[in-house]
Design a protein. Structure first.
Length: 354
């Protein structure tokens, strides 16, 4: 049975494998060109000799995704996809339009092990890692469906990217290559809940992406209550890793802070947060928390968010409030997959089937 994931293979590895079978290196280039054009059926790769096409079909697969559901926001055109993977599992992805172009939020795992209490993805537990090819396929599918070119990527969909380190880095390297999906590292953000060893590994890769840290609390007491990973790598360790990362790369870190009513949004929390981030080359992004079915969390009021922001600003911290996109389609990740698993009256009627 064909088992080798052709799309995740770095070109030089594919060339080496073909060489072992007696084919010249330019065959690998030809194969990549077909993949970049969206051709995944080996029989259609007409400039390859017939025996190579047969051998490819026997040994290699090209993982893909198909659109299972699609929601389009009537407010701002944001598109949310539920993709089906080859083994029947599903992941979500969101396509958003900004002034500078289209940005896509990708999933890196089916489910997640981290169990953050406010997150819909965390509720379903962990199923499996995605391959680098399945990450690329999400971009190709969205580009083809929407007829647009994606110019920036955020790894903020389902899953914890640094818990699937090797495939995520392989994916990033594939993106940097010439070809169908070419996106520069400066247009990529990776968000982590705080896998400290992964932050150090990433630092050594010297990939100039933007690192986002899901902080969501100013101290261990509050953070450990909602983010179990904080018990493994508490805030002192996490913030030390962030400072080391900034020093080594010269790059600014972005801290995500979901504003949850009565949990982490008091003036005292803002003061404590400002104190901990003092002097750091960083940016705080306040996110009104999204409601999740089955969870009681409420987003902080606009006035509360404003007051929180003012305190951070007065303390010299660079801060913004995230613009809400796709509010009518519940564009944060994890919820559509859950609905698909337990269809019921809560299913969004704005659904537009492909
Ligand atoms: N696992 C990674 C990336 C995926 S989650 C991480 O945790 O960073 C992407 C972002 O969505 C994270 O900042 C996460 O904390 C946030 N998030 C999860 N559930 C949310 C919710 N209900 N409302 C707002 N943001 C949420
Ligand atoms: Fe996983 Fe991120 Fe959700 Fe936490 S917030 S459960 S790390 S996807």
């Amino acid at each position: 049975m064909a088992t080798i994931d052709l799309r995740s293979l770095p070109p030089e590895e594919l060339a080496a494998q073909l060489k072992e079978k007696g084919y010249p290196a330019f065959r690998a280039t030809q194969i990549r060109q077909w993949l970049d054009r969206g051709v995944t059926d080996f029989e259609q790769m007409t400039n390859l000799p017939k025996d190579l096409r047969q051998e490819l079909a026997a040994l290699y697969t090209v993982p893909g995704v198909t659109i299972l559901r699609k929601l389009v926001s009537a407010i701002d055109g944001t598109v949310k996809y539920l993709f089906r993977l080859d083994d029947g599992e599903t992941v979500e992805s969101v396509l958003m339009q900004y002034k500078h172009g289209w940005s896509q939020c990708l999933s890196t795992q089916v489910g997640c092990k981290m169990g953050c209490t406010f997150c819909a993805t965390g509720m379903g537990g962990f199923i499996r890692n995605l391959s680098a090819a399945e990450m690329v396929a999400q971009i190709e599918a969205a580009q083809q469906d929407a007829g647009v070119r994606v110019s920036s990527i955020v790894l903020m969909g389902m899953g914890e990217p640094l818990d699937n380190y090797d495939q995520v880095v392989r994916f990033l390297r594939l993106l940097g290559e010439e070809g169908g999906v070419h996106i520069g590292m400066r247009h990529i953000s990776l968000s982590t809940c705080g896998v400290v060893p992964g932050i150090y590994r990433l630092m050594e890769e010297q990939i100039p992406l933007t690192l986002s840290i899901s902080l969501h609390a100013p101290n261990d007491e509050i953070r450990s209550r909602s983010m179990p990973i904080n018990r493994r790598w508490p805030m002192d360790e996490l913030l030390r890793a962030c400072r080391d990362y900034i020093e080594a790369t010269g790059r600014r870190i972005s801290f995500e802070y979901a504003m949850i009513d009565g949990v982490n949004d008091s003036d005292a929390c803002a003061l404590e947060l400002a104190d901990r981030l003092r002097g750091m080359l960083c940016h705080v992004n306040l996110i009104p928390v999204n409601a999740v079915e089955g969870k009681s969390q409420q987003r902080s009021s606009k006035a509360r968010i404003r007051a929180f922001m003012d305190i951070l600003e007065k303390k010299g911290i660079n801060v913004t409030v995230r613009r809400t996109l796709g509010a009518d389609i519940n564009a944060s990740c994890g919820q559509l997959r859950r609905q698909e698993q337990q269809p019921g009256p809560g299913v969004d009627r704005k659904e537009a089937l492909p």
